[in-house]
Ligand binder design. Sequence first.
Ligand SMILES: Cc1cc2nc3c(=O)[nH]c(=O)nc-3n(C[C@H](O)[C@H](O)[C@H](O)COP(=O)(O)OP(=O)(O)OC[C@H]3O[C@@H](n4cnc5c(N)ncnc54)[C@H](O)[C@@H]3O)c2cc1C
Ligand code: FES
Length: 279
Amino acid sequence: MYKIITKQELAAKIKLLEVNAPDIAAKAKPGQFIILVVDETGERIPLTIADYNIVKGTVTFIFNEVGKTTKQLGSLNEGDSIVNIAGPLGVPSEIKKFGRVLCVGGGVMIAPLHLQVKALREAGNDVTTVIGARGEDLLIFEQKMKKVSNKVYIVTDDGSRGFKGFDFLKELLKAESFQRAIVMGPVIMMETVSEISKSFNIPTMVTVTPIMVDGMGMCGVCRVTVGGETKFACIDGPEFDGHQVDFEELVKRQRLFLPEERLSSMFWEKLGGGCHRER
Ligand SMILES: Cc1cc2nc3c(=O)[nH]c(=O)nc-3n(C[C@H](O)[C@H](O)[C@H](O)COP(=O)(O)OP(=O)(O)OC[C@H]3O[C@@H](n4cnc5c(N)ncnc54)[C@H](O)[C@@H]3O)c2cc1C
Ligand code: FES
C-alpha cells in the first residue's frame, strides 16, 4: 500500500498527490512514469513522475480528472492509500549539456516538464520555457518554472494571459537559436510545436501518452509509429523524436475506447463515486 502524504488542488480538476514510495523514489529519473491501481478492482493508469524525494522516500504526480479512474484517485485524501504503484517505468530523458534548450509544456504536463527543466539547468544548459493552458485559471507551476528557467513565456488558448496560441514561437525561433526542444502536453500541442521546430531544424523530443495496460512491453496497446517503425511507448519511450511521430495515429488510438470511457465515468458519477468496478 502506498500512503498519500500530501494532496493539493492546483487548479480546477488538477490535483497533486505526494505518495510514500521509497523504492520508486530511489530509482526515479526525469521523464519516467509510474502505473498505479487505485483499489483492488481498479484499472492500471500511467502518470508521469512530477517529482521525487529520496530522503523523504516520496514520489509526486499531478493529474487531470478526465475519467473514472482519475476522478476516483482525486477523491482520495491525505492518509488514504493507493493499492499498487509500479515504477519507475520508461526510458529516462536524456539529460546533458546541449547548449540552449527550449522546453514547452501544456496543461497538466507542465508539472513533469518542471523536473526536466531543473535537471537540464543543473547540467549547464540555458533553458527557455514556454508554458501553456486553455486559460489563465488552468495555468500551473508558473512560479516554480520561473525559479528554474532562464526565461519563461506564457501562452493561453483564449488569450486570457500571455500570448494567444503558439504562433509566437515562430517569431521566437527566428530571433533566437536553440540546440534542442522538449515538448510535453496534449497531442495537438506537441504536433504543432514539432511542426514549427522542424522548420527551424531543432531536434525535438515529445512525450507520447497512448493508452497503456501492462507497461512492460507485452500487451502492445501502447504502440506508436515513429519514423515508420512500430515502437512501444512503455519500454521504448515515452519520449520520441517529435519530427518522426505519427500524431494522427496516436490520436486515433487514444480515442479507441471513448464510448466505454464515457460510460464508466458516468456510472462512477451516478453512483456518487462508489462504483469501483473496472470498465
Ligand atoms: C506515459 C504516460 C504518462 C502520463 N502522464 C500523465 C500525467 O502526468 N498526468 C495526467 O493527468 N495524465 C497523464 N497521462 C494520461 C493518463 O494516464 C490518463 O488521463 C488516464 O489514464 C485517464 O484515465 P481515466 O480512467 O480517468 O479516464 P479514461 O476514462 O481512460 O479517459 C477519459 C478521457 O480522457 C482521455 N484519455 C484517456 N487516456 C488518455 C491519454 N493517455 N492521453 C490523453 N487523453 C487520454 C480519453 O480519450 C477520454 O476522453 C499519461 C499517460 C501516459 C501513457
Ligand atoms: S503498455 Fe503494454 S506494451 Fe506498452
